[in-house]
Design a protein around this ligand. Structure first.
Ligand code: GDP
Length: 456
């Protein structure tokens, strides 16, 4: 399965306790009216914020103070630290400019150097000491910036140093994943195995008149031009009445596993029995999972494919799969090979679109236009604002939009944003997720948390 990668680079702040790390976080966030977000899966002590530094958006991750060996929290803190170091793009170690370098700090620096990642040394409280002191070099970190979080000194310089160290790829075409996982999804007997044979060009799965013969999962890698496709083929699922026992239940589980494992699902339909409830249900599962989708209408050789046939197919698909109107469809015949090349080129295009990152600046310009054209309303006196958007995931393409009273915005407004996005970018076959997050609510929760900690 392709690992979902975050599109934002990650800056991780480390340091021993009491060097002013938290003040610096507040300064970096506050000075730029940044968006604060306590990530759901991070613990209380490892806060992750989305932060705007100059032109770039990034995750700013604050780690717990480095706990010396023997301290009660040593192990837990080290586990969190190591996790953060693995996920980091750039590391920043905060020290107190006017204090001596401690042995804990030396140990911490060794840990950082082991990652091989760019490191910035931040000498805080520079109002009390000179930024250029030789003793700082004991840590082996060559990029040194003096700041005062409290007096707002050196922040520009720090921003420049961080931007220089960040991976230089926002807004650029993300490197295509080496492998795109594809799953043929569909009811039994629609022709999944036959299609697989065409697509991989080799007789690896058994084609049979008996429904459900392709019981075991088969994976097969093929190189198609510059892409590698990994096919995950599974047995089809039975009609609803029959789900629940033995092999059939197993197949549904397998189908769901295949959807999960896939980057793109090829939903295979039988042209003679188009868009059954089961087909729609499968499309629903694919949409929920946020996977790419191409609809494959198979067995075209069974119809004359007159103009009226084509129109009818189009009409039925449009209405039955309206909820995934973004998914392209291809009419093929695994029997005669009709339009298999077109199917291949559709898959290749969707694979290419799937790995794309969008620049924060471009997205925000677009959001402004979208909101200006039709602002969100609630049917009450409340006028929610949507201030800022950032792409937080590549697969599925996830946009997190920060604003006020997001919970009051009608759900159809997400669809409106998605459709506007689709009108601006070529996103055929790509699932899009839009999340609204309250800036104020998150801010307040964090403040409560901080004051709670202080009073403990
Ligand atoms: P699966 O259960 O979805 O994997 O379906 P299979 O690939 O095993 O195909 C089921 C049956 O449909 C087999 O008898 C195939 O020969 C037949 N079949 C598959 N594709 C086509 C097609 O494009 N046209 C026609 N006429 N028959 C097909």
């Amino acid at each position: 399965m392709t690992k979902f990668s975050s599109s934002l680079p990650q800056l991780v702040l480390v340091g021993v306790p009491n060097v002013g790390k938290s003040s610096l976080v507040n300064r970096l966030l506050g000075a730029r009216q940044a968006i604060v977000h306590q990530d759901a899966h991070t613990t209380r002590d490892t806060a992750q914020h989305i932060c705007q530094l100059g032109e770039r958006s990034l995750y700013l991750r604050d780690t717990p103070g480095y706990a010396p060996k023997g301290e009660r929290l040593h192990q837990a803190a080290m586990t969190q630290l190591d996790k953060a170091l693995i996920e980091a793009d750039v590391l920043a170690m905060v020290i107190n400019a006017s204090a001596a370098i401690s042995s804990d700090e030396r140990r911490l620096a060794v840990r950082l150097h082991k990652t091989g990642k760019p490191i910035i040394l931040i000498a805080n409280q520079i109002d009390k000491a000179d930024a250029k002191q030789e003793r700082y070099l004991a840590l082996g970190i060559t990029t040194i910036v003096g700041v005062s979080a409290h007096h707002n000194l050196g922040i520009e310089e720090l921003t420049t140093a961080v931007l220089k160290a960040l991976p230089d790829d926002e807004g650029a075409e993300a490197p295509e994943p080496a492998t795109t996982a594809l799953a043929l999804i569909g009811r039994p007997n629609v022709g999944k195995s036959s299609l697989l044979n065409h697509l991989v060009g080799e007789d690896i799965s058994i084609v049979s008149e008996e429904p459900g013969t392709t019981r075991d999962t088969i994976t097969k890698d093929v190189q198609v031009e510059d892409q590698i496709w990994r096919f995950i083929d599974t047995a089809g699922i039975r009609r609803p009445g029959k789900i629940g026992r033995g092999v059939e239940k197993f197949s549904l589980v397998r189908t769901q596993a295949a959807i999960e494992a896939a980057d793109i699902c090829l939903l295979v339909l039988d042209i003679g029995e188009l868009a059954t409830g089961q087909d729609q249900r499968l499309a629903g599962l694919i949409e929920e999972a946020g996977r790419g989708l191409v609809i494959v209408v198979n067995k075209a050789d069974q119809l004359e494919m007159s103009e009226s046939d084509i129109k009818r197919v189009d009409r039925v698909l449009r209405s039955a799969f309206e909820f995934v109107a973004w998914a392209p469809y291809v009419i093929v015949s695994a029997e005669t090979g009709l339009h298999i090349d077109e199917l291949k080129s559709q898959i290749a295009s969707v694979a290419r679109r799937l790995g794309k990152k969008y620049s924060t600046r471009e997205l925000n310009t677009l959001l402004e236009k979208i909101v200006a054209k039709q602002p969100p309303t609630t049917g009450t006196f409340l006028r929610p604002r949507l201030n800022y958007v950032v792409q937080t995931e590549i697969r599925p393409l996830t946009l997190r939009i920060f604003g006020t009273h997001p919970e009051k915005i009608h759900f159809s407004y997400k669809r409106y944003i998605e459709n506007s996005l689709r009108a601006s970018y070529d996103l055929a076959g790509v699932a899009v997720r839009v999340e609204f997050v309250s800036k104020y609510k998150q801010d307040r929760e964090e403040q409560d948390e901080t004051s709670h900690r202080r009073t403990r």
